[in-house]
Design a protein. Sequence first.
Length: 556
Amino acid sequence: MCRVTEHAIAPSAGPDRPFATVATAAPADEPSTETRLLRTLLGRRRLALDVTRRARFWAWFGTLAVTLLAAVVRLWELGRPPALVFDETYYVKDAYTLGREGYERQWPDEPNAAFEAGDVDTYLEQAAYVVHPPVGKWMIWLGMEAGGGATNPFAWRLASAVVGVLAVFLLVRIARRLFASSLLGVLAGLLLAVDGEAIVHSRTALLDQFLMFWVLVAFGCLVMDREWARRRLASRVAALLDAGGSVEFYGPRLGFRWWRLAAGVSLGLACGVKWSGLYFVAVFGILTVLWDMTARRAVGVGRWWEDSILVDAVPAFVAIVPTAALTYLATWWSWFAQPGAYFRQWAVENPGQGVTWLPGPLRSLWEYHTQMWDFHTTLDSEHGYAAHPLGWIVQWRPTSFYWERVTAGEAGCGASVTDGCASAVTSLGNPVLWWAGALAVVATVVLGVLHRDWRATAVLAGLVAGWVPWFFFTERTIFTFYSIVFLPWVVLALVHVAAVALERTEERPGRSRVIMAVVAVVAVVVLVSAAYYPVWSALQVPYDYWRSLMLLRSWI
């Protein structure tokens, strides 16, 4: 078969269209056209990542090792404290009635003491008004069923813990593809495994953990789609060129992209946890199209932007947006099935009102969503832990989920402890990780602009979708713990800076210093996590120890 060499490129070709030429003969020892295209589209490092059995073994060994670490710190004494903490008071009880009755029910006044004591069936007949979709609560219910029932605090949080462990596993596999390095993938997983926000959200039954999980799944699907599409593009362009054809104007179609469809389903489930998943639908949709545009440009397609819009962008929209919308609608199946659900009969009771062209059940759901939207956009009640999003990246005002102080000699606190003991669950990220992460985000922006590094774009996409929109809602009550949603991309920003530093010093002076710096930062992060673990897991410690960890007044 005819092969293309670099010297066979036509004069009209250049950096933008390196393969816009008719193939000519090349020596047999030259790499094939497809191989050269793959090197252009994926890079030599990615192509060499899984070549040997030894490399694959260590990649999986590292992945499983950090996943095991994540499981230990998340599952150990998960039932502590044996009380509903912070917004568990809503989501655990809502999840229980949703699973038992098919829709959320109201509860009598002050129901928590009875619920925590095991009397979990005191809920009322009336439907409850809830302001978040049902997916996260269904996941909490599944965890309760698997963990022994609603009377067990361990079971309340089991789904959160499992999802937290899976997120670490996913981030390892995603990061190793982003940075073409198993070691850097394991590093990303390790940082997520030991971070305080990740641990706290894995040990409490709140919704934001599930939102983080599903958007991370969607991101992983799109990273897989990027690689699949580029391999398919290289194969089809190579076949065209080797047959004497050209891509001077347009390139080939790539066929149906299942990974994109999977991303659409995942994003629909994310929106089914919280509506802020919509931001990820928009940003990730743009990201995947940009990846396609740069791929077509790299292989020499002349009208790469036009070609990508026609054969990539339109199918991408169809695969992601309608899929996410239909998935989201499907998550309300139990609401449709239960006549007693909140607002389920609104259309029947209010004929001729609302969006009249919709069928009755959908008209009721639309009106319900209108009320939910009003709630989310007008929530401005005072709260001691409300925090401006600008401070989230440095954990300026973390959220206290639980705090209890006992005197010496009581409740397991040693009699010799002068100031008594404290137990806390504080949604505070590892300070070193987040402060370094803030610098890494700035560095990633600079590297993305200067070097047009696709990895920087991928990292920033998660930060833009998970963080930036909240700057437009500062008039409502918002909290630092929302930052759990973009934590994986803070970690990826740190790893990206390390990856660039290691790549630029490869076989050059200074590499050993870069390695030492990376090892030192990781070691400090791990040691700080060990010190802060008690205030993330409600472990009883002397009050003076707890106070020593509160480095800033805003942390109290």
